[in-house]
Design a protein around this ligand. Structure first.
Ligand SMILES: Nc1nc2c(c(=O)[nH]1)N[C@H]1C(S)=C(S)[C@@H](COP(=O)(O)O)O[C@H]1N2
Ligand SMILES: [Mo]
Length: 371
Protein backbone atom coordinates (compact mmCIF):
# COMPACT_ATOMS: atom_id res chain seq x y z
CA UNK A 1 0.00 0.00 0.00
CA UNK A 2 1.24 3.49 -0.77
CA UNK A 3 0.05 6.18 1.55
CA UNK A 4 0.85 9.68 0.40
CA UNK A 5 1.44 11.58 3.62
CA UNK A 6 4.11 13.90 2.25
CA UNK A 7 3.84 17.63 1.63
CA UNK A 8 1.60 18.74 -1.19
CA UNK A 9 2.99 19.77 -4.57
CA UNK A 10 1.95 23.17 -5.91
CA UNK A 11 -1.55 22.78 -7.37
CA UNK A 12 -3.33 24.59 -10.18
CA UNK A 13 -5.75 27.29 -8.99
CA UNK A 14 -9.43 26.45 -8.72
CA UNK A 15 -11.64 28.06 -11.37
CA UNK A 16 -14.51 30.49 -10.84
CA UNK A 17 -17.12 30.83 -13.63
CA UNK A 18 -17.17 33.98 -15.78
CA UNK A 19 -20.19 36.31 -15.35
CA UNK A 20 -23.18 34.62 -17.01
CA UNK A 21 -21.28 31.38 -17.73
CA UNK A 22 -23.66 28.40 -17.49
CA UNK A 23 -22.94 24.98 -16.02
CA UNK A 24 -20.39 23.30 -18.31
CA UNK A 25 -20.17 19.70 -19.52
CA UNK A 26 -17.40 19.05 -16.99
CA UNK A 27 -19.73 20.09 -14.15
CA UNK A 28 -22.59 18.09 -15.72
CA UNK A 29 -20.36 14.98 -15.81
CA UNK A 30 -19.69 15.41 -12.10
CA UNK A 31 -23.37 16.01 -11.36
CA UNK A 32 -24.45 12.79 -13.08
CA UNK A 33 -21.94 10.73 -11.07
CA UNK A 34 -22.54 12.47 -7.77
CA UNK A 35 -26.25 12.58 -7.10
CA UNK A 36 -28.09 14.40 -4.33
CA UNK A 37 -30.92 13.49 -1.98
CA UNK A 38 -34.27 13.98 -3.76
CA UNK A 39 -35.78 16.59 -1.42
CA UNK A 40 -39.01 14.62 -0.95
CA UNK A 41 -36.82 12.01 0.82
CA UNK A 42 -36.45 14.51 3.70
CA UNK A 43 -39.66 12.83 4.92
CA UNK A 44 -37.73 9.75 6.15
CA UNK A 45 -35.88 9.67 9.49
CA UNK A 46 -33.23 7.43 7.95
CA UNK A 47 -32.55 7.90 4.24
CA UNK A 48 -33.54 4.76 2.29
CA UNK A 49 -30.75 3.04 0.35
CA UNK A 50 -29.96 4.76 -2.93
CA UNK A 51 -31.48 8.11 -1.92
CA UNK A 52 -28.52 9.23 0.24
CA UNK A 53 -26.30 11.71 -1.62
CA UNK A 54 -23.05 10.42 -3.13
CA UNK A 55 -19.77 12.24 -3.65
CA UNK A 56 -16.74 10.47 -5.14
CA UNK A 57 -13.64 12.45 -6.14
CA UNK A 58 -12.05 9.78 -8.40
CA UNK A 59 -13.33 6.23 -9.24
CA UNK A 60 -15.26 3.85 -6.99
CA UNK A 61 -12.70 1.11 -6.32
CA UNK A 62 -13.82 -2.55 -6.69
CA UNK A 63 -12.48 -4.12 -3.49
CA UNK A 64 -12.37 -7.85 -2.70
CA UNK A 65 -13.34 -8.09 0.98
CA UNK A 66 -11.35 -11.32 1.35
CA UNK A 67 -8.05 -9.64 0.50
CA UNK A 68 -8.84 -6.15 1.89
CA UNK A 69 -6.55 -5.08 4.74
CA UNK A 70 -6.41 -2.06 7.02
CA UNK A 71 -2.90 -1.01 8.05
CA UNK A 72 -2.43 1.01 11.22
CA UNK A 73 1.08 2.47 11.42
CA UNK A 74 3.30 5.51 11.72
CA UNK A 75 3.98 6.98 15.17
CA UNK A 76 2.61 4.02 17.11
CA UNK A 77 4.36 1.40 19.25
CA UNK A 78 2.48 -1.57 17.78
CA UNK A 79 1.67 -1.22 14.06
CA UNK A 80 -0.85 -3.79 12.89
CA UNK A 81 -2.79 -5.08 9.92
CA UNK A 82 -6.47 -5.95 10.29
CA UNK A 83 -8.79 -8.05 8.15
CA UNK A 84 -12.51 -7.43 7.79
CA UNK A 85 -13.20 -10.33 10.18
CA UNK A 86 -10.84 -8.74 12.73
CA UNK A 87 -12.91 -5.55 12.63
CA UNK A 88 -16.24 -7.39 12.70
CA UNK A 89 -15.22 -9.41 15.76
CA UNK A 90 -14.60 -6.22 17.77
CA UNK A 91 -17.34 -4.47 19.79
CA UNK A 92 -19.96 -3.03 17.43
CA UNK A 93 -21.99 0.15 17.78
CA UNK A 94 -24.58 1.82 15.54
CA UNK A 95 -24.97 5.56 15.21
CA UNK A 96 -27.47 7.60 13.23
CA UNK A 97 -25.42 10.29 11.50
CA UNK A 98 -26.29 13.06 9.05
CA UNK A 99 -23.62 13.59 6.39
CA UNK A 100 -23.43 16.71 4.29
CA UNK A 101 -20.90 17.63 1.59
CA UNK A 102 -18.94 20.79 2.36
CA UNK A 103 -19.67 21.91 -1.22
CA UNK A 104 -23.43 21.84 -0.67
CA UNK A 105 -24.87 25.16 -1.89
CA UNK A 106 -21.92 25.86 -4.20
CA UNK A 107 -23.93 26.28 -7.42
CA UNK A 108 -25.98 29.07 -5.82
CA UNK A 109 -22.92 31.27 -5.37
CA UNK A 110 -22.08 34.19 -7.67
CA UNK A 111 -19.53 33.99 -9.16
CA UNK A 112 -19.86 30.18 -9.22
CA UNK A 113 -16.84 28.14 -8.11
CA UNK A 114 -16.48 25.48 -10.85
CA UNK A 115 -16.74 22.04 -9.22
CA UNK A 116 -19.51 19.59 -8.28
CA UNK A 117 -22.53 21.94 -8.73
CA UNK A 118 -24.65 21.18 -5.66
CA UNK A 119 -27.75 23.30 -5.02
CA UNK A 120 -28.94 22.17 -1.54
CA UNK A 121 -29.34 18.39 -1.80
CA UNK A 122 -25.89 17.02 -0.77
CA UNK A 123 -27.15 15.47 2.46
CA UNK A 124 -28.41 12.18 3.87
CA UNK A 125 -28.82 10.33 7.15
CA UNK A 126 -27.81 6.71 7.70
CA UNK A 127 -27.52 4.24 10.52
CA UNK A 128 -23.79 3.42 10.47
CA UNK A 129 -22.59 0.27 12.24
CA UNK A 130 -18.97 -0.41 12.99
CA UNK A 131 -16.35 -0.47 15.70
CA UNK A 132 -15.13 2.62 17.59
CA UNK A 133 -11.75 3.89 16.40
CA UNK A 134 -10.34 5.13 19.74
CA UNK A 135 -9.77 1.69 21.35
CA UNK A 136 -7.92 0.52 18.21
CA UNK A 137 -5.64 3.57 18.34
CA UNK A 138 -5.03 3.06 22.06
CA UNK A 139 -4.12 -0.61 21.47
CA UNK A 140 -1.68 0.50 18.76
CA UNK A 141 -0.02 2.80 21.33
CA UNK A 142 -0.03 6.33 19.89
CA UNK A 143 3.29 8.15 20.55
CA UNK A 144 2.95 10.97 23.11
CA UNK A 145 4.28 13.48 20.55
CA UNK A 146 1.79 12.47 17.85
CA UNK A 147 -0.17 15.34 16.26
CA UNK A 148 -2.37 14.08 13.43
CA UNK A 149 -3.94 10.85 12.22
CA UNK A 150 -4.18 10.37 8.45
CA UNK A 151 -6.89 8.23 6.89
CA UNK A 152 -6.22 6.98 3.36
CA UNK A 153 -8.69 5.49 0.90
CA UNK A 154 -8.01 2.90 -1.81
CA UNK A 155 -9.02 5.41 -4.49
CA UNK A 156 -6.42 7.28 -6.51
CA UNK A 157 -6.65 10.22 -8.88
CA UNK A 158 -5.38 13.61 -9.87
CA UNK A 159 -6.84 16.87 -8.69
CA UNK A 160 -5.77 20.25 -10.07
CA UNK A 161 -2.53 18.64 -11.24
CA UNK A 162 -1.73 16.80 -7.99
CA UNK A 163 -1.73 12.98 -8.21
CA UNK A 164 -2.79 11.44 -4.92
CA UNK A 165 -4.54 8.77 -2.90
CA UNK A 166 -7.61 10.30 -1.25
CA UNK A 167 -6.30 11.08 2.25
CA UNK A 168 -7.57 13.27 5.06
CA UNK A 169 -5.99 14.08 8.41
CA UNK A 170 -7.67 14.70 11.75
CA UNK A 171 -5.96 15.94 14.90
CA UNK A 172 -5.27 13.14 17.41
CA UNK A 173 -7.82 14.71 19.78
CA UNK A 174 -10.54 14.62 17.10
CA UNK A 175 -9.61 11.10 15.96
CA UNK A 176 -9.80 9.82 19.55
CA UNK A 177 -13.33 11.11 20.19
CA UNK A 178 -15.79 8.40 21.32
CA UNK A 179 -18.23 8.87 18.45
CA UNK A 180 -15.73 8.21 15.63
CA UNK A 181 -16.36 4.85 13.95
CA UNK A 182 -14.84 2.46 11.43
CA UNK A 183 -18.14 1.58 9.75
CA UNK A 184 -18.79 -1.61 7.74
CA UNK A 185 -22.61 -1.39 7.59
CA UNK A 186 -25.03 1.27 6.37
CA UNK A 187 -28.68 0.86 7.38
CA UNK A 188 -28.06 -2.73 8.51
CA UNK A 189 -26.44 -4.00 5.29
CA UNK A 190 -22.80 -4.08 4.11
CA UNK A 191 -21.70 -0.69 2.77
CA UNK A 192 -22.69 -0.20 -0.88
CA UNK A 193 -19.65 0.28 -3.18
CA UNK A 194 -20.32 4.01 -3.62
CA UNK A 195 -20.45 4.60 0.14
CA UNK A 196 -17.05 3.02 0.90
CA UNK A 197 -17.23 -0.80 0.83
CA UNK A 198 -15.92 -2.56 2.82
CA UNK A 199 -15.00 0.02 5.51
CA UNK A 200 -15.23 3.79 5.88
CA UNK A 201 -14.49 6.31 8.57
CA UNK A 202 -17.49 8.09 10.15
CA UNK A 203 -16.72 11.34 12.01
CA UNK A 204 -20.10 12.50 13.35
CA UNK A 205 -20.69 16.25 13.07
CA UNK A 206 -18.06 16.86 10.38
CA UNK A 207 -18.61 17.73 6.75
CA UNK A 208 -18.43 14.77 4.35
CA UNK A 209 -14.76 15.03 3.31
CA UNK A 210 -13.63 13.74 6.73
CA UNK A 211 -15.55 10.45 6.39
CA UNK A 212 -12.91 8.62 4.32
CA UNK A 213 -14.35 5.77 2.23
CA UNK A 214 -12.60 2.55 1.08
CA UNK A 215 -10.31 2.98 4.07
CA UNK A 216 -6.99 1.09 3.80
CA UNK A 217 -4.54 3.09 5.91
CA UNK A 218 -4.43 4.84 9.28
CA UNK A 219 -1.11 6.64 9.84
CA UNK A 220 -0.25 8.49 13.01
CA UNK A 221 2.04 11.49 12.39
CA UNK A 222 4.36 13.33 14.78
CA UNK A 223 4.02 16.45 12.56
CA UNK A 224 1.02 18.21 11.02
CA UNK A 225 -0.43 16.50 7.95
CA UNK A 226 0.14 18.57 4.82
CA UNK A 227 -1.82 16.53 2.28
CA UNK A 228 -3.88 18.14 -0.48
CA UNK A 229 -7.33 17.47 0.99
CA UNK A 230 -6.37 19.26 4.23
CA UNK A 231 -4.11 22.10 3.09
CA UNK A 232 -5.55 22.95 -0.35
CA UNK A 233 -9.02 21.56 -1.04
CA UNK A 234 -11.12 22.03 2.09
CA UNK A 235 -10.24 25.61 3.03
CA UNK A 236 -12.34 28.78 3.15
CA UNK A 237 -10.30 30.83 0.68
CA UNK A 238 -10.95 34.30 -0.62
CA UNK A 239 -8.85 37.09 -2.07
CA UNK A 240 -7.81 38.36 1.35
CA UNK A 241 -7.24 34.93 2.80
CA UNK A 242 -4.69 32.90 0.84
CA UNK A 243 -4.42 29.93 3.25
CA UNK A 244 -7.96 30.04 4.59
CA UNK A 245 -9.57 28.47 7.62
CA UNK A 246 -9.93 24.68 7.42
CA UNK A 247 -13.41 23.25 6.82
CA UNK A 248 -14.43 21.20 9.88
CA UNK A 249 -17.89 20.79 11.42
CA UNK A 250 -21.24 21.20 9.67
CA UNK A 251 -22.92 24.59 9.91
CA UNK A 252 -26.64 24.62 10.76
CA UNK A 253 -29.11 24.13 7.94
CA UNK A 254 -32.83 23.45 7.56
CA UNK A 255 -34.35 22.04 4.41
CA UNK A 256 -38.01 21.89 3.39
CA UNK A 257 -39.62 18.77 1.93
CA UNK A 258 -41.28 20.73 -0.88
CA UNK A 259 -45.09 20.78 -0.61
CA UNK A 260 -47.59 20.11 -3.41
CA UNK A 261 -46.36 18.85 -6.77
CA UNK A 262 -43.59 19.87 -9.15
CA UNK A 263 -43.44 20.87 -12.79
CA UNK A 264 -41.28 18.25 -14.56
CA UNK A 265 -38.86 20.65 -16.24
CA UNK A 266 -38.63 23.68 -13.95
CA UNK A 267 -39.45 21.87 -10.68
CA UNK A 268 -41.63 24.87 -9.81
CA UNK A 269 -44.15 23.86 -7.09
CA UNK A 270 -47.95 24.02 -7.17
CA UNK A 271 -50.37 23.39 -4.30
CA UNK A 272 -54.08 23.63 -3.49
CA UNK A 273 -55.28 26.29 -1.04
CA UNK A 274 -55.90 25.30 2.59
CA UNK A 275 -53.94 23.76 5.42
CA UNK A 276 -50.59 22.10 4.65
CA UNK A 277 -48.20 20.57 7.12
CA UNK A 278 -44.85 21.89 5.91
CA UNK A 279 -42.10 19.63 7.17
CA UNK A 280 -38.40 19.19 6.79
CA UNK A 281 -35.16 18.41 8.60
CA UNK A 282 -32.63 20.56 10.39
CA UNK A 283 -29.12 19.75 11.56
CA UNK A 284 -25.84 21.22 12.78
CA UNK A 285 -22.56 19.45 13.47
CA UNK A 286 -21.56 22.13 16.00
CA UNK A 287 -24.34 21.98 18.59
CA UNK A 288 -27.88 20.59 18.75
CA UNK A 289 -30.49 22.34 16.61
CA UNK A 290 -32.64 24.37 18.98
CA UNK A 291 -35.00 26.17 16.64
CA UNK A 292 -36.42 26.41 13.15
CA UNK A 293 -38.25 29.50 11.92
CA UNK A 294 -40.42 29.47 8.82
CA UNK A 295 -41.49 32.32 6.57
CA UNK A 296 -44.23 31.93 3.96
CA UNK A 297 -43.90 35.47 2.61
CA UNK A 298 -40.31 35.48 1.43
CA UNK A 299 -38.82 36.58 4.75
CA UNK A 300 -41.08 39.52 5.70
CA UNK A 301 -42.45 37.62 8.72
CA UNK A 302 -41.23 34.54 10.60
CA UNK A 303 -43.06 31.92 12.65
CA UNK A 304 -41.66 29.28 14.98
CA UNK A 305 -41.81 25.70 13.68
CA UNK A 306 -42.10 22.70 16.00
CA UNK A 307 -38.79 20.83 16.26
CA UNK A 308 -39.50 17.18 17.06
CA UNK A 309 -37.59 15.04 19.52
CA UNK A 310 -34.14 14.01 18.42
CA UNK A 311 -32.28 13.63 21.68
CA UNK A 312 -31.62 9.92 21.21
CA UNK A 313 -29.69 10.61 17.97
CA UNK A 314 -27.47 13.62 18.71
CA UNK A 315 -25.58 13.35 15.39
CA UNK A 316 -28.65 13.13 13.15
CA UNK A 317 -30.96 15.72 11.68
CA UNK A 318 -34.19 16.56 13.53
CA UNK A 319 -37.64 16.67 11.97
CA UNK A 320 -39.51 19.96 12.12
CA UNK A 321 -43.02 20.87 11.04
CA UNK A 322 -45.18 23.91 10.61
CA UNK A 323 -48.86 24.27 9.71
CA UNK A 324 -49.32 26.61 6.75
CA UNK A 325 -52.71 27.99 5.76
CA UNK A 326 -52.11 28.55 2.06
CA UNK A 327 -54.12 31.21 0.26
CA UNK A 328 -54.23 31.46 -3.56
CA UNK A 329 -51.31 33.33 -5.10
CA UNK A 330 -47.50 33.30 -5.23
CA UNK A 331 -45.63 32.47 -2.02
CA UNK A 332 -42.07 31.84 -1.05
CA UNK A 333 -41.34 29.43 1.81
CA UNK A 334 -38.10 29.79 3.75
CA UNK A 335 -36.83 27.77 6.72
CA UNK A 336 -34.00 28.87 8.96
CA UNK A 337 -32.22 26.78 11.62
CA UNK A 338 -30.43 27.92 14.77
CA UNK A 339 -28.24 25.75 17.00
CA UNK A 340 -27.51 25.77 20.73
CA UNK A 341 -24.28 27.73 20.14
CA UNK A 342 -26.37 30.52 18.63
CA UNK A 343 -25.25 29.90 15.02
CA UNK A 344 -28.09 30.72 12.61
CA UNK A 345 -28.31 30.37 8.85
CA UNK A 346 -27.54 33.56 6.92
CA UNK A 347 -30.13 35.13 4.62
CA UNK A 348 -27.40 35.95 2.08
CA UNK A 349 -24.66 33.49 1.06
CA UNK A 350 -21.14 33.72 2.36
CA UNK A 351 -18.90 33.48 -0.75
CA UNK A 352 -15.53 31.75 -0.80
CA UNK A 353 -13.40 30.69 -3.74
CA UNK A 354 -14.01 26.94 -3.51
CA UNK A 355 -17.70 27.24 -2.61
CA UNK A 356 -17.51 25.61 0.81
CA UNK A 357 -20.02 25.57 3.71
CA UNK A 358 -22.64 27.80 2.04
CA UNK A 359 -25.57 27.34 4.42
CA UNK A 360 -27.71 30.21 3.11
CA UNK A 361 -31.44 29.64 3.73
CA UNK A 362 -33.40 27.61 1.15
CA UNK A 363 -36.17 29.45 -0.71
CA UNK A 364 -39.07 27.42 -2.17
CA UNK A 365 -41.48 29.37 -4.40
CA UNK A 366 -44.98 27.84 -4.39
CA UNK A 367 -47.94 28.79 -6.60
CA UNK A 368 -51.16 28.16 -4.67
CA UNK A 369 -53.97 27.61 -7.18
CA UNK A 370 -57.46 29.12 -6.85
CA UNK A 371 -58.78 25.72 -5.72
N1 LIG B 1 -11.78 7.66 -0.17
C1 LIG B 1 -12.64 8.68 -0.35
N2 LIG B 1 -13.40 9.07 0.69
C2 LIG B 1 -14.28 10.08 0.54
C3 LIG B 1 -14.42 10.76 -0.69
C4 LIG B 1 -13.61 10.30 -1.78
O1 LIG B 1 -13.69 10.82 -2.90
N3 LIG B 1 -12.74 9.27 -1.57
N4 LIG B 1 -15.28 11.81 -0.80
C5 LIG B 1 -15.57 12.53 0.46
C6 LIG B 1 -16.58 13.54 0.34
S1 LIG B 1 -16.08 15.02 -0.31
C7 LIG B 1 -17.85 13.37 0.82
S2 LIG B 1 -18.96 14.65 0.80
C8 LIG B 1 -18.27 12.08 1.40
C9 LIG B 1 -19.51 11.57 0.71
O2 LIG B 1 -19.95 10.38 1.30
P1 LIG B 1 -21.16 9.56 0.65
O3 LIG B 1 -20.87 9.42 -0.84
O4 LIG B 1 -21.20 8.26 1.36
O5 LIG B 1 -22.40 10.38 0.86
O6 LIG B 1 -17.26 11.08 1.29
C10 LIG B 1 -15.96 11.54 1.55
N5 LIG B 1 -15.05 10.43 1.60
MO1 LIG C 1 -17.86 16.51 -0.13
Amino acid sequence: MTTSVGPTLPSLPSRVAEPGEGIGLDELALATRNHGLPLEALRYDVTPPGLHYVLVHYDIPAIDPATWRLEIGGAVRRPRTLTLDDLRSRPAVSRRVTLECAGNGRAQLTPRPVSQPWLVEAVGTAEWTGTPLAPLLREAGVDPDAVDVVFTGADHGVERGVEQDYARGLSCADALRDEVLLAYEMNGAPLPPQHGFPVRLVVPGWYGMAHVKWLVGIDVLARPFEGYQNTVAYRLLDDRNADGEPVTRIRPRALIAPPGWPDFMSRARFARPGRHVIEGRAWSGRAPVTGVEVSSDGGRSWQTATVHDGDEHPWAWRRWSYEWDASPGQHELIARATDADGHAQPLEPDWNRQGMTNNVVQRVPVTVLAE
